[in-house]
Write a protein that binds this ligand. Structure first.
Ligand code: AMP
Length: 283
């Protein structure tokens, strides 16, 4: 059996271990996660291992990025299984702070990002979300002092927010992105897929099918607005409530009208039953 990776739960223990990595002049990579690990997360860990000798995976379900009506209380927690898969991958260190460690009594600082964080995508439906993400990611980067940090394209707007945050705050870390890992039927892997009933799971791949279909049509010169209207209708016909299906500039996330304004990223968010799914593809 693989050796259990070291799990640290206090900032002082984390700092001691990071100092040892640094003393050995080993490049350090950080993979921030909220646990409930799946093959998407593991692709991030492998990408980190290709770029650094020491890989830290953080597991922290960050309460400040959930609104009161959202799923903080039911968010899947599979800590023992997470440790086992990270052991099999020979992860060097797991940073698993408690909420009180991350946000001790009196905690009063928040990073409120703009630019890609106010693009009118996730932020329009989860207004609290990116301040929660930006603050916790800044803390994780300062705590772990990684040379590289790895994020998934699955959360495309988040990836752009983090890249901007790092540039704006002169944080000395390189942000690496990893393409979305999908199930065989195209559904983007996500911890929240565990919420789907059997019948919801059966229709969930429609999201990616529609994205891929829209991307193909736009690439062939079809009118962007019409393609998105038809795509949105197909998603709703399948049983989803659509939050958005948008074509945006892949870097700035600004709205685009024609394929010539690209490179284009298509982004979607839709709800089925109690589950909200997001996905995106390049054109
Ligand atoms: P989470 O635990 O959902 O907060 O995600 C932690 C990291 O894993 C984020 O950088 C996500 O973008 C990334 N991630 C989640 N799902 C996938 C996926 N299917 N493929 C690639 N990366 C993913």
């Amino acid at each position: 059996m693989a050796r259990r990776p070291r799990v640290v739960r206090t900032v002082s223990a984390l700092r001691r271990t990071v100092a040892r990595f640094r003393a050995a002049h080993e490049p350090i990579a950080l993979v921030p996660t909220m646990g409930a690990l799946h093959a998407g997360h593991l692709a991030l860990v492998r990408a980190a291992q290709r770029r650094a000798d020491s890989v830290i995976v953080s597991i922290f379900v960050n309460p400040t990025q959930f609104a009161p009506h959202e799923d903080l209380k039911t968010y899947p927690q599979t800590f023992a299984a997470d440790i086992a898969v990270l052991a099999a991958l020979k992860t060097d260190l797991i940073w698993a702070p408690s909420v009180e460690t991350m946000y001790p009594a009196g905690f009063a600082t928040r990073i409120v990002p703009e630019g890609p964080a106010t693009a009118g995508l996730e932020d329009a439906f989860r207004p609290h979300f990116f301040a929660g993400v930006a603050t916790v990611v800044a803390k994780l980067l300062i705590q772990c002092e990684p040379d590289v940090a790895v994020f998934g394209e699955k959360d495309y707007q988040q990836l752009k927010v983090v890249a901007r945050l790092v540039r704006d705050l002169d944080l000395p870390v390189k942000i690496i992105s990893v393409p979305t890992v999908r199930e065989n039927d195209g559904l983007a892997m996500a911890s929240r897929n565990a919420y789907l009933s059997e019948s919801e799971r059966a229709v969930a791949p429609v999201l990616h099918r529609v994205l891929a279909d829209c991307a193909g049509k736009i690439a062939q010169g079809a009118l962007v607005a019409r393609v998105l209207d038809e795509g949105g209708a197909a998603i709703e016909r399948a049983g989803f409530t659509l939050d958005y299906l948008e074509a945006r500039h892949a870097e700035t996330l600004k709205p685009i009208e024609t394929a010539d304004d690209g490179p284009i990223r298509l982004l979607v968010a839709a709800r089925i039953g109690k589950t909200r799914l997001i996905d995106n593809v390049g054109v």
